[in-house]
Write a protein that binds this ligand. Structure first.
Ligand code: SF4
Ligand code: SF4
Length: 277
């Protein structure tokens, strides 16, 4: 049997959280034994959307990322409780609610924070990939309700192109755990700013801004827009040398870094070239 995978495309997610609500709708108060006992009303998010605010005001972007059980092919939770964690033929990883009863250590076994403890029933719980729906030839509820097709689910073979372009949520763990949830367009960094003429107190439209990666020497250039703004999207975490040039102005060079976070360089001032004046 072919293995199933989830594909989550960050660039398509609007953060509406329909998927998060659908997970509750499907599992709260519903007993889907033998795959899962009911999810409690509060305290558990088998599917959740994490919001990350990037940059500094006024150049801010928000990225939404899906966090759920990664249905690892080499699951750390299964190593802790091989008798209670089952990998189905289709690759979905299930915590057997009967065999896992009382085994709270499973919560700590998941490096992705995907397992929750149900105090009332005394069981560890997590996303089942809606195995009860998959068995009926349907797709997981979170996938079904997404209005933008940001979460997809299906056979590995169907998604060959996406898989080739995908990344893991935690790249440093990917080789070890071999997650079956694959991510497209995970945010890198952005480098942005606004070019102004302080003498005229105006923005400079059409300035050429070149960002050179100090370590690799690779450079890319953009032109400031009608607001004097420039944006470099999906750049590496790196130190940058930024050259700003515009006709009639002296070229200036600035340093910036995106090592720890996205960077709004703020207002970059250019001064008129007196020789041409
Ligand atoms: S339903 Fe789709 S668009 Fe809405 S938060 Fe979930 S993944 Fe994003
Ligand atoms: S993400 Fe966590 S719960 Fe899911 S299979 Fe991997 S280790 Fe187990």
């Amino acid at each position: 049997m072919g293995k199933k995978v989830f594909i989550f495309d960050v660039s398509k997610c609007s953060g509406c959280r329909n998927c998060q609500i659908a997970c509750k709708d499907e599992h709260v108060d519903n007993d889907w034994s033998p795959y899962a006992l009911p999810q409690p009303d509060t305290g558990q998010f088998w599917t959740r959307i994490e919001e990350k605010v990037r940059g500094q005001v006024p150049k801010v972007k928000v990225a939404y990322t899906l966090r759920m059980c990664q249905h690892c092919a080499d699951a750390p939770c299964k190593k802790v409780a091989p008798d209670a964690v089952i990998e189905r033929d289709d690759g979905l990883v299930i915590i057997d609610p009967t065999k896992a009863k009382g085994r709270e250590e499973l919560v700590r076994a998941c490096p992705y924070g995907a397992i929750f403890w149900n105090e009332e029933l005394s069981v560890p719980q997590k996303c089942t990939g809606c195995a009860h729906l998959v068995d009926a030839g349907q797709i997981p509820h979170c996938v079904d309700v997404c209005p933008h097709g940001a979460i997809r689910f299906g056979d590995e073979e169907e998604f060959a192109t996406e898989l080739a372009a995908s990344e893991a949520l935690e790249p440093e763990r990917a080789e070890k755990d071999r997650p079956r949830v694959h991510y497209l367009n995970l945010p890198k960094r952005f480098l942005a700013g606004c070019v102004i003429d302080p003498e005229e107190d105006e923005v400079i439209i059409g300035a050429k801004v070149t960002a050179e990666n100090v370590d690799s020497g690779q450079a890319r250039a953009v032109i400031t827009d009608d607001f004097g703004d420039f944006w470099f999207h999906q750049v590496e975490a790196a130190h940058w040398r930024v050259y700003v040039e515009a006709e009639g102005f002296m070229t200036r060079v600035f340093d910036a870094d995106t090592c720890e976070e996205d960077r709004n360089m703020g207002y970059l001032e250019l001064y008129r070239n007196q020789l041409q004046g």
